[in-house]
Design a protein around this ligand. Structure first.
Ligand SMILES: Nc1ncnc2c1ncn2[C@@H]1O[C@H](COP(=O)(O)OS(=O)(=O)O)[C@@H](OP(=O)(O)O)[C@H]1O
Length: 203
């Protein structure tokens, strides 16, 4: 991490921190005061998004359905598949809470980040003790992209949407598979709502 001067905030992000066993102890050893922001979305959609990303790089992988089940007729989900495993948020959160108080963590809703980006960013700015600089005025909904975009990008003054790798079309997944996945995640989601004090409304 670079040195941080008075009045500066240093930020660092990677999707893998939250699910890496060693990360909480290492980050706490570096600085106990680190504030942690976790962006989470419905674990079923997250798994499909994860699969879609892999599919874009390796079009020959098996179907989502075949990777999801250890035994499809018995409805046995393959929890060793990373796309499924990562969505067990309650399980991943436990080690973090052994090193950091809950108040030092902010849980951002991936769904709200799309439906109300300014609202989620207000929570982020408040959590970081920043002035509420980013507001509704900064966003517009881009019909072509199907997502909110910035009215003016930093430095250029032109509208800016996230790139092609964000907001890919997901493959259609059989309704029954979605139902089985929702049933599978429900208890873990409920536990996660209890642990964080926020109901993300996934079920
Ligand atoms: N404004 C805006 N524009 C585009 N995409 C948006 C936006 N806000 C949130 N999202 C969601 O971000 C998802 C991709 O982010 P990831 O963290 O999965 O990306 S990555 O793993 O770092 O590549 C991406 O997931 P997919 O839809 O599966 O591509 C989006 O749903």
């Amino acid at each position: 991490m670079p040195r941080t001067l008075e009045g500066q905030i240093t930020m660092e992000k990677t999707p893998s921190y939250f699910v890496t066993r060693e990360a909480p102890a290492r980050i706490s050893a570096m600085s106990k005061d680190t504030k942690l922001i976790v962006v989470v979305r419905d674990p079923v959609t997250r798994a499909i998004s994860d699969y879609t990303q892999t599919l874009s790089k390796r079009p020959d992988i098996p179907s989502f359905e075949s990777l999801t089940f250890r035994n499809r007729s018995a409805g046995l989900i393959d929890t060793s598949w990373s796309a499924i495993q990562i969505g067990l948020y309650a399980k991943h959160l436990e080690p973090w809470l052994r090193h950091f108080p809950l108040g030092q963590m902010l849980f951002v809703s991936g769904e709200r980040l799309v439906s109300d980006p300014a609202g989620e960013l207000r929570r982020v700015q408040d959590f970081l003790g920043l002035k509420r600089i980013i507001t509704d005025k900064h966003f517009y909904f881009n019909q072509t992209k199907g997502f909110p975009c910035l009215k003016k990008a930093e430095g250029s003054g032109k509208p800016h949407c996230l790139g092609k790798t964000k907001g890919r079309a997901h493959p259609a997944i059989a309704r029954e598979v979605l139902r089985q996945l929702r049933d599978f995640y429900r208890p873990f989601n409920r536990k996660f709502y209890q642990m964080t004090g926020r109901d993300f409304g996934w079920d």
